[in-house]
Design a protein around this ligand. Structure first.
Ligand code: FAD
Length: 404
């Protein structure tokens, strides 16, 4: 059996290695359009590569994928996060689980992952051909013919093909797959930060709040996590999650939405009000400036008090019912206009890609073109931050390589 894997990224390498593991007699070639392979692995996780997540439950894992999670459940059963840890450990790359459940190489270097793939590929005879941009695929009988961009003469033929070309921000990048009959979910960005033109908020840049609740006003989209105030607006896991959950909605609205921040991290407004009443009782002699509830930083607390219209020199014991309500409202319903997205430097994925309706998710084989398989971000699958995107690449690559 001859197998072409198109794309020398995370999914492509994992798929190629899976083919050799399960079909040792197969001849496997990786066709990569640039002269470098595994570029995204190199820069991933700030150069450390967040390989996977510590979450082992398939049900919980699926929730981390705003698109594709449910469809991946079966494949996670074949190759899940625990299998990833074992796979790398067995091949000499021990991994470590951080407190936030993100999993990194013990070396803290993405190069360890790259070296592992290159060594494994060399050891099992996988050929890597660089500068081979595939622009068309043709099928006749059981044979797939690959055509290369810029070289209309050159073609190669294979028994099976795995497409692992990654995400593409433009629909036109999928033309060659559309010509084969696949439908494409429109690609739009996911995992970005929000630009907020509010000077007051921006003046708080550098402040990190451990646990806030973020929501997009007029939607059911909400997320929980750490928030970082930046010179352009807001960033941090809670914002990236919201951008991922709301990727399509935000795109359709031209990123012109309102963000609601609950600075307390507490969902129940009655609990927030009760906590404030307790604080007023316990710290009745202190000025508002002198006691900060919910462990808010001094700068943030002063800013929020400013928004309530209350004086920082007022005493907690002097607060009336209305004052407490005002405070609770600013703390839990603080709204800001978002006027655009800002690229997040550490992680960025495209949502959209080959529609999962066209894929048998048990085998990763195309329903439209038998003999053609898919793996990685080229599919309409994307996860929130935390190692989930690589896990999808490993899982789909493993399954495609095993079951072709
Ligand atoms: C800055 C950054 C940091 C990230 N950090 C993390 C992280 O820490 N953890 C995590 O889980 N995810 C992370 N991600 C997301 C993760 O990198 C991707 O989800 C993952 O790389 C997808 O793997 P892939 O193999 O499907 O696609 P890619 O890695 O994009 O690989 C696709 C390959 O196919 C090649 N190719 C494309 N078209 C063709 C063609 N026509 N012919 C031949 N070759 C072609 C490309 O050149 C590329 O080498 C990060 C992403 C970015 C951008």
């Amino acid at each position: 059996m001859t197998v072409a894997v198109i794309g020398g990224g995370a999914a492509g390498f994992f798929a190629a290695l899976s083919v050799k593991e399960h079909h040792p007699g197969a001849s496997v070639v990786i066709l990569e359009k640039s002269n470098e392979v595994l570029c995204k692995v190199k820069i991933s996780g700030g150069g450390r590569c967040n390989v996977t997540n510590g979450e082992r439950s398939v049900r919980e894992l699926a929730k981390a994928y705003p698109r594709g999670g449910n469809s991946l459940k079966k494949a996670f059963g074949v190759f899940g996060t625990g299998d990833t840890v074992e796979w790398f450990t067995r091949r000499g790359v021990p991994l470590v689980v951080q407190a936030d459940n993100c999993v990194f190489p013990v070396s803290q270097k993405s190069q360890s992952i790259i070296d592992c793939f290159l060594n494994q590929a060399r050891a099992c005879g996988i050929e890597v051909r660089r500068n081979r941009a595939v622009c068309a695929l043709k099928n006749s009988g059981d044979v797939w013919t690959v055509q290369y961009a810029g070289d209309t003469e050159a073609t190669d033929s294979f028994d099976r093909v795995i497409v692992a070309t990654g995400g593409c921000p433009k629909l036109s990048g999928f033309d060659w797959l559309i010509r084969l009959g696949h439908s494409i979910e429109n690609p739009v960005p996911s995992l970005f930060t929000f630009s907020i033109p509010d000077e007051g908020l921006r003046s708080l840049q550098g402040i990190v709040v451990e646990k806030v609740l973020g929501a997009l006003v007029s939607t059911a989209l909400q997320a929980e996590g750490t928030l970082l105030i930046t010179h352009w607006g807001v960033s941090g896991p809670v914002v990236l999650r919201l951008s991922s959950y709301g990727a399509r909605y935000l795109h359709d609205r031209g990123y012109d939405v309102r963000l609601r921040i609950n600075w307390t991290g507490i969902r129940d407004n009655d609990v927030i009000a009760a906590d404030l009443i307790d604080a007023a009782r316990e710290h009745r002699g202190k000025l508002l400036a002198g006691y900060r509830p919910f462990q808010l930083s001094d700068r943030l607390w002063r800013y929020l008090i400013g928004k309530t219209g209350l004086s920082l020199t007022k005493k907690w014991g002097e607060l009336g019912k209305k004052d407490i309500q005002k405070m609770a409202s600013v703390l839990s319903n603080d709204e800001y206009p978002v006027d655009g997205k800002a690229a997040f430097k550490d992680e960025f994925v495209t949502c959209g890609g080959v529609s999962l309706k066209d894929i048998n998710m048990t085998t990763m084989q195309s329903r439209v073109c038998p003999g053609l398989y898919f793996a990685g971000e080229v599919l309409d699958i994307d996860g929130i931050t935390g190692g989930y995107n690589f896990q999808a690449a490993w899982t789909t690559g493993y399954v495609a390589g095993k079951l072709l």
